[in-house]
Design a protein around this ligand. Structure first.
Ligand SMILES: Nc1ncnc2c1ncn2[C@@H]1O[C@H](COP(=O)(O)OP(=O)(O)OP(=O)(O)O)[C@@H](O)[C@H]1O
Length: 902
């Protein structure tokens, strides 16, 4: 209740100022004229006013601004009326009014002055100029109405818009007046101008010279008009008016937030019945009560309220108090009692009216939540159903999410872009010829294969091959991932499969490619132990049915990609469904060379292509196509970072090292003792690699930390792509892997934790030798599968013990072999380790310098790309077999020996 009036008045003033400024900015700017009263020009040209070098003179009395309100209003009135004749030289009352304009009465002017009087000091000048303009030029009749309304009921939002219009009209009139002044017409005529639509005719006739010649427009004038956006000769000031309905709506929408900002929460306030009684009812200030459902709006007698509470917000014409009622009956009873107590005669009782909140509001309240929910649901369904093979819709859950590529959206990949898998390409080319010329097969009665499963380790180019098939056969290609059939709703997967195949049939001939088919094609019954997955099985069944449903003439080929062909349901693989099974392995040396060639074509390098691809292929055994693409790109990035003109061999090697070993971690600083340990550990590996006949030749050894916790590493190079390993090679490899720990034992009083990764590799190798490769005499040629997901071992406990003993025996043998060598070569380890500490990284050439040439001949390829001597070696170990899983935990060869910290 004790809210002070001042802040809201300031807000009101701000609103007036906002509307003034906004309107005047949209007005056509007129040229400045020296003889027109400064203040008047400022109203339509408030923008120009700020650039003026001679600010308008302020009336002296302005200094008093901000003092007592009443006093100031009357002073201003006096001041303005005395100013005007002084500046204009013509008394105001003698000026004729423009059509559609009316003169405000003294009382109205006083009210306008009072209304605008609450403007802050900074805006006083503008407001006064506006007042002066109204006084001299008159105002549209709406202003009278607004003033009347403001006096009685207060202004609404619509009235605010009306106020804008009034200001626009005044500005328009003023602008036109200035134009005419500029054209040299008498000041007494300036208000004779017609309405904007008639302006042109009038100006034309007036501009006619006695000789019938229109005077040439003044050059400066024209150029000024051009600057203002008007055409030369266009004399009609263009004023932005909110005339049309749309303008009003848009305007209201734009203005409303500002309005709310300016009057934050000041339009109403909730009070209690007691407050109402004490402060208003008992004092006779309540004029009317309006019952709105469960609230009552209190309409006060504004003048009486202002007199009683001059500083209160209650005197604001736009302000209402509300109070809540339990029921209308109770309210009426209470009001009667109160009026009886106050002794108000029945003829003078406070009128009570009953109003609804408005149709729109009540509709919004009752249907709002439903509408909101519907919109939400609608948008959710739209999103869920979006992109289903080009179809979407409100109920698009069951639609397939396959992306369709056709000749326009083009699968641009051709077989030439797929390198290093000649056999797979030949296999799949048959599908291409089937799609291109089916008659050739049909006339001989041949049934066309329905589909093919492309399997292989990640990144070997399965998707690429499928795309190339589509690209070559120039048919639409539907690509979908197995996981996209999986949804939380039952039946959605099967429905999507149906939709996919239906769409494909419509677009036949075409290719469907289902990537990661194992997501839905897992053998049924698997995983039943912990509850089956009916939804997945239903999806799989649907695929089986759809593939059976093709008739032989339907040219729809289904290709599917997977990393786990072993877990797929056998029904999928039977002839008549995915009849072909194409395995794509990691590329061979030649394959890698070809893949490098494909990817190197896209980057700038001046290296000799044959030597480059050969060397890079030799450096990257075990790399899949995706790794190669990544390494080439990485090399280009490294070269770009170094601002190199072209990508050189050094960049490629750095990139491969990064891909194999991980990111160099320069921030990891080891203390000297740790560094020494790492150096001797890695030197141990290097010496083993150098002096064991069947070990992989060493390529690089480094003590620069890389990747995840690797403090140093030694990189070996298995030459060529041999796919069999004998026990000699396995034993040498195991001994070499133990070289790090043995070297630590030989050179330091204690050992470290860094060899744990080596032990893991050695144990796995030995275990596989015993359980799978039949390399233990004691256990013989048996295969003992030991799957982690099995609770019981599929062999006897005594066999398990024998396996353990044999594994230990083999590792002990390897350990002894390693220790014997390293004890003998202790000085050489020292040499290599000290050099490592100095240079941090040693290459094969460094080792040749330190240890002399390796006592065993290298393989031809190795010598060609790394020695240049031409070797005669015959055997080379293949990459250590890795499990056929998505994430082989054993890195593919070259398997760097990594020294890991804790
Ligand atoms: N034989 C290849 N020739 C050229 N580039 C290849 C080859 N194999 C793979 N790539 C590159 O590797 C990228 C990834 O290959 P792709 O997506 O076909 O592998 P994928 O076998 O489908 O892998 P995933 O099993 O993880 O789905 C290709 O875009 C291409 O740049």
């Amino acid at each position: 209740m004790a809210t002070i009036m001042r802040p809201s008045s300031q807000h009101l003033a701000r609103a007036v100022r906002l509307s003034l400024t906004a309107t005047s900015r949209s007005v056509y700017r007129v040229p400045r004229i020296s003889h027109f009263p400064q203040p008047l020009r400022s109203v339509p040209c408030s923008g120009a006013r700020f650039y003026s070098s001679h600010p308008p003179q302020r009336p002296e009395n302005d200094k008093d601004t901000g003092k007592d309100d009443e006093k100031k209003a009357s002073e201003q009135k006096k001041d303005e009326s005395s100013d005007k004749p002084r500046e204009e030289g013509t008394p105001e009352k003698e000026k004729p009014l423009a059509p559609g304009f009316v003169r405000l009465s003294e009382e109205e002017i006083a009210r306008l002055v009072k209304f605008t009087d609450i403007a802050p000091n900074s805006q006083r000048e503008t407001v006064e100029m506006f007042l002066k303009a109204v006084r001299e030029l008159g105002a549209p009749p709406e202003l009278k109405e607004l003033l009347e309304k403001q006096k009685n009921t207060g202004l609404s939002i619509t009235d605010t818009m009306k106020a804008f219009r009034v200001i626009t009209k005044v500005s328009d009139r003023l602008a036109r007046a200035e134009m005419e002044q500029k054209e040299g017409k008498s000041t007494t005529n300036i208000f004779d101008s017609k309405a904007p639509g008639q302006e042109e005719n009038r100006t034309k006739t007036q501009d006619q010279q006695p000789g019938g010649q229109a005077p040439k427009p003044n050059r400066d004038e024209n150029s000024q008009k051009k600057q203002q956006g008007g055409k030369p000769g266009d004399k009609k000031p263009r004023v932005f008016e909110l005339n049309d309905m749309l303008g009003w709506i848009v305007g209201t929408i734009i203005i409303y937030p500002f309005y709310k900002m300016i009057f934050p929460g000041e339009s109403s306030r909730e009070i209690t019945w007691q407050e109402l009684r004490k402060n208003f009812l008992d004092r006779g200030l309540v004029e009317k009560l309006v019952v709105l459902k469960d609230r009552v709006r209190v309409e006060l007698n504004r003048e009486a309220t202002q007199a009683m509470y001059p500083d209160s917000v209650a005197a604001n014409p736009n302000f209402y108090y509300y109070f809540s009622i339990g029921s209308v009956d109770a309210f009426e009873r209470r009001l009667d009692e109160a009026q009886n107590e106050l002794g108000i005669p029945s003829t003078e009782r406070i009128p009570v009216s009953y109003a609804s909140e408005g149709v729109f509001t009540s509709l919004l309240i009752s249907f709002g939540p439903t509408i909101l929910l519907t919109i939400l649901l609608f948008s959710m369904l739209r999103r869920a159903g979006g992109g289903a093979g080009g179809s979407s819709g409100v109920f698009g859950f069951g639609k397939s999410k396959a992306k369709m590529f056709n000749q326009e959206s083009a699968v641009k990949v051709k077989f030439a872009d797929v390198a290093g898998m000649e056999e797979a390409k030949t296999e799949i080319m048959e599908f291409v010829s089937f799609l291109k010329a089916p008659e050739k097969f049909q006339k001989l009665g041949a049934k066309i294969p329905r589909g093919a499963i492309l399997s292989g380790p990640p990144g070997t180019g399965k998707t690429l091959l499928a795309k190339a098939t589509a690209g070559e056969s120039e048919v639409p290609f539907f690509s979908v991932s197995g996981s996209e059939f999986v949804e939380m709703f039952v039946g959605v997967g099967a429905s999507r499969v149906r939709d996919l195949f239906a769409t494909a049939r419509k677009n036949a001939p075409c290719i469907i490619f289902i990537d990661e088919i194992d997501a839905i094609g897992k053998a049924r019954g698997d995983g039943q132990r912990f509850g089956g997955n009916d939804e997945r099985e239903a999806t799989l069944n649907q695929i089986l049915t759809e593939m059976d449903g093709f008739n032989t003439s339907e040219q729809v080929v289904v290709l599917a990609g997977t990393n786990r062909p072993d877990i797929l349901d056998k029904a999928l693989m039977r002839p008549g469904r995915f009849d072909r099974h194409i395995h794509i392995d990691r590329p061979t040396m030649k394959g890698r060379q070809d893949i490098f060639r494909v990817h190197l074509a896209k980057i700038v390098t001046k290296e000799d292509m044959d030597h480059l691809t050969g060397r890079l292929a030799a450096l990257t055994p075990g790399f899949a196509g995706a790794d190669i693409a990544n390494a080439v790109n990485e090399a280009a990035l490294i070269a770009a970072r170094a601002n190199a003109e072209s990508v050189t061999m050094a960049h490629f090697e750095a990139a491969i090292e990064r891909v194999v070993g991980g990111l160099e971690r320069k921030s990891l600083v080891l203390n000297p003792q740790e560094k020494k340990t790492v150096a001797y550990h890695e030197a141990g590996h290097a010496i083993c690699g150098w002096y064991f006949q069947w070990a992989d030749p060493l390529l690089k050894v480094s003590i620069i930390p890389r990747g995840q916790g690797a403090l140093g590493y030694a990189q070996y190079l298995p030459t060529g792509d041999a796919y069999l390993m004998n026990t000699n090679q396995l034993m040498d490899r195991m001994a070499m892997t133990l070289g790090g720990r043995v070297s630590e034992e030989l050179h330091f009083p204690t050992v470290t934790t860094g060899a744990s990764d080596d032990f893991k590799k050695v144990t796995r190798m030995a275990t596989t030798m015993v359980t799978e490769w039949g390399m233990s005499e004691k256990l013989g040629p048996l295969h003992f599968e030991n799957r982690n997901d099995q609770f019981n071992k599929p062999f006897a406990e005594s066999t398990a013990q024998t396996i353990d003993q044999e594994v230990r025996r083999i590792v002990d043998l390897a350990y002894k072999q390693c220790k014997d060598l390293l004890t003998e070569k202790k000085p050489e380890i020292g040499l290599v380790a000290e050099e490592l500490l100095k240079k941090e990284m040693l290459t094969r050439d460094d080792l040749v310098r330190l240890l002399g040439p390796r006592p065993f001949p290298d393989k031809e390829e190795f010598s060609k790309y790394f020695d240049g001597t031409g070797g005669k070696g015959t055997h080379a170990p293949p990459p250590f077999p890795v499990e056929n899983t998505d994430t082989p935990d054993e890195p593919s060869s070259p398997s760097p020996s990594i020294f890991k910290g804790l």
